[in-house]
Design a protein around this ligand. Structure first.
Ligand SMILES: [Zn+2]
Length: 350
């Protein structure tokens, strides 16, 4: 079963297993299945970079060969059709049609998305001899593979949810539509998957410049969401008759920045206890709101809001509303990168 011979006891830096350079892996083809295996650059980053990208728990699991507690992983009961990507480098690792209920408490699959994408190595830790599995492109620890799985393979790939990012089939198909403003895309080379995020946190000029400074935010727009008027103008939104909120709409690379980090910046970028205003800007268009683009974003946003409310950081209750994202209407070009065009980086009064 081995296609790599590494001594697991040797002190290798995480992410540095094997040689630098290239690996041969499969990406997602036009039919949603794997492409023919092709050469791809190995993904190598420093611990500091991985930690900043992943957060502590996913770092502990993927870069330090940790294990999450059984029955606690977020993807254990996920029954949606789609693909599970490496949380570190976005390589497609497992498809939902190979997922099965193993009863072990960890997400389980009987085969990988492509054989080349999941590397195996001997693991002699904890007094056992097991076969560890890791992402072939970035050497991120995934879990183990055992020989007690169901047909047709008889294998059980036992995963940590924290090592995976799930994207459903509808979203994968949508991401193939390239070029439209705000659309997510799958880059055919490198398998880089961009995701969208949308936040309303008051005056959108300053919020956009704060997000633009975050590594992993690939593109951003200011505009409107959450109302009824189609193609609203800035002036119409200011009249408060459209129902729209001023928002910042982002495309980000989840291999570089996680949604949790975007949420943290969102909370820090405004006062989430103010209702229909931010400082001197008054009106429902300045309401504090998170527009979510997936069930996973919804869950993370709710967890994050609950955590903030319980933290005691704010005396007044959190006013932030979490809503499913609607259509995004970019604001007039005049408003895009407003502060950057003027050599400023904040419009907040301090
Ligand atoms: Zn990876």
């Amino acid at each position: 079963m081995k296609n790599q011979t590494n001594d697991p006891n040797s002190a290798q830096p995480p992410g540095g297993r094997g040689s630098a350079g290239v690996v041969v892996v499969a990406l997602i083809g036009d039919d949603g299945g794997p492409t023919r295996p092709e050469q791809n650059p190995r993904v190598v980053k420093s611990d500091a970079e991985w930690l900043a990208q992943l957060g502590e728990e996913a770092f502990r699991i993927t870069r330090r060969a940790g294990t999450e507690r059984p029955f606690c992983g977020l993807l254990l009961d996920n029954k949606e059709q789609g693909v599970y990507f490496c949380v570190c480098c976005s390589l497609p690792l497992f498809a939902s049609n190979a997922k099965f209920q193993s009863g072990t408490g960890w997400p389980s699959f009987f085969q990988p998305f492509a054989r080349e994408n999941v590397a195996e190595l001997e693991d002699r830790s904890h007094g056992m001899i097991r076969t560890e599995i890791e992402c072939a492109r970035c050497s991120g620890h995934l879990g183990h593979v055992f020989e007690d799985g169901p047909p047709p393979t008889g294998l059980r790939y036992c995963l940590n949810s924290e090592a995976l990012t799930f994207v459903n089939d509808v979203e994968i198909a949508r991401r193939r539509l390239r070029g439209a403003v705000g659309e997510q895309i799958v880059e055919p080379t490198g398998g880089r998957v961009l995701e969208r995020a949308t936040f309303g946190a008051g005056c959108f000029w300053g919020v956009q410049s704060e997000f633009d400074a975050l590594p992993g935010v690939v593109r951003s727009w200011v505009g409107f969401m959450g109302g009824k008027t189609e193609d609203p103008t800035y002036r119409e939104v200011c009249s408060e008759e459209t129902g729209h909120a001023e928002v910042v709409h982002l495309e980000y690379d989840p291999a570089q920045v996680r949604y949790e980090a975007l949420l943290e910046l969102f909370w820090a970028a405004h006062d989430p206890t103010q209702v229909d205003r931010q400082g001197p800007d008054v009106g429902s268009q300045y309401r504090t709101v998170i527009f979510t683009h997936s069930a996973e974003q919804l869950r993370l946003a709710e967890v994050s809001r609950t955590r903030l409310a319980a933290s005691g950081a704010h005396r007044r209750p959190i006013a932030t509303v979490i809503e499913e994202a609607g259509k995004f209407y970019p604001a007039e070009e005049y408003h895009q990168k407003y502060l950057a065009k003027r050599g400023m980086n904040t419009c907040r009064l301090r």
